[in-house]
Ligand binder design. Sequence first.
Ligand code: ADP
Ligand code: ADP
Ligand code: MG
Length: 457
Amino acid sequence: MTQPIRKLLVANRGEIAVRIIRAAKALGIPTVAACSEADIDSQAARLADEVHLLGPARADKSYLNIEALLGALQATGANAVHPGYGFLSENAGFAEAVIASGAIFVGPDPDTIRRMGDKAEARRTAQAAGVPVVPGSPGELFDVESALRAAESVGYPLLIKASAGGGGRGIRLAENAAQLSEEFPRSQREAQAAFGNGAVYLERFIGKARHIEVQVLGDGKNAVHLFERECSLQRRRQKIFEEAPSPVLDAQQREALCASAVRLTESLGYKGAGTLEYLYDDVTGEFFFIEMNTRIQVEHPVTELVTGIDLVQAMLRIAGGEPLGLKQSDIRLNGSALQMRLNAEDPARDFFPSPGLVESLAWPQGEGVRVDTHLYEGYRVPPYYDSLLAKLIVHGPDRSTALARARTAVAQTLLTGMASTLSLHAELLQQPWLQTADFHTGTLENWLSARRSGGEA
Ligand code: ADP
Ligand code: ADP
Ligand code: MG
């Protein structure tokens, strides 16, 4: 039934398109970069064996254009699509259309994408697998009266979350019933406009939690975990600095968390790479599932460095019909890895977008240093897409060595022509609470606002 991948269409752009092409080359699979007009001179287009033009720069005319992507498969004879992250990566309709055209979608089957992409449904699925979720409404809510009733047992403060939300969007805080009455219809309207689905649900707001997530791989029959990543340092609910493993879990907590993720993954008959996100309370040691991302994640490299497993190659192998070929006992945790996201945003101007021309560029070197990027000197970063420029990733035998390597790597990096979050990372790496890992999901924003008002965090 499953066919081997003969030629791979890369339905994405930026650093992840380059990353996917690199994995395909390692496996001897020819690639097609499916590009918008704005990305014709991109590194992915230079690196791929073939380039196929999808359409104009606007994402809805190119990277979100299902017809154009199906056309690209036909025109190039590619028999598989890797969707990367963002864009159509969690769009079940796209996966279905690819499969209906006779090609392979590199990811789980459409039903699984649909089920876990609906966050209220994902919560129910987790509960059925015996995985604890954040206390919340039993399911979607459709009017203010039922939201107010549900809130009595959920408790305040709470979050109103869009079932179809993602990328840190579609989440609002309500501290009391009056705010809930006001915010609830707004959330519904916003969710409808942003995700084409107005369904929302309630979740208790956990103020001092860590974001810890578990990487899994499955082949439809068996599943394994590749340990966890700590992603608590966020701005606007988007990750900025990530690491593996979490600096706060002991072996027993790690085992409990990762085992719950494998249980849920196996209950889905999951095929491919996935991530189960949790909130972790380091006072009580309790963890609560929040959502599953049925795709490769931006921060996957830290897991690759501590396990030695190439996740994108694993995705391609599984999609081509190979069994997992990995036992849990084969997967070992080695040292500590950190990732710093360089975004084209100006930390001195409230993270105002700052795409521009890459004038000069130098990447760090040395032991345990990896850079995932699509930049090159003379490249003009287009203003239409995600602001991610590069990921600086370091690995060391322990966390303090990794931190020292991170400081050197940041100091070695030169990027002129635009503002970026490089300067933020230089400062971040000096903070005592980063060094002791004494932080939660609100820490980075608290620190940023203390800095803005001139104080020290
Ligand atoms: P990760 O956990 O890998 O960091 P994110 O949730 O931050 O994943 O999303 C990865 C990328 O996909 C980001 O560039 C984000 O902007 C984008 N993204 C994720 N979900 C959506 C969505 N529903 N709509 C638009 N963009 C999204
Ligand atoms: P998205 O799909 O946008 O990634 P998530 O449900 O993963 O949405 O939430 C994004 C971030 O918001 C989390 O990483 C966490 O920092 C914060 N968050 C989510 N749910 C809660 C909660 N119940 N309490 C506190 N913070 C939360
Ligand atoms: Mg999330």
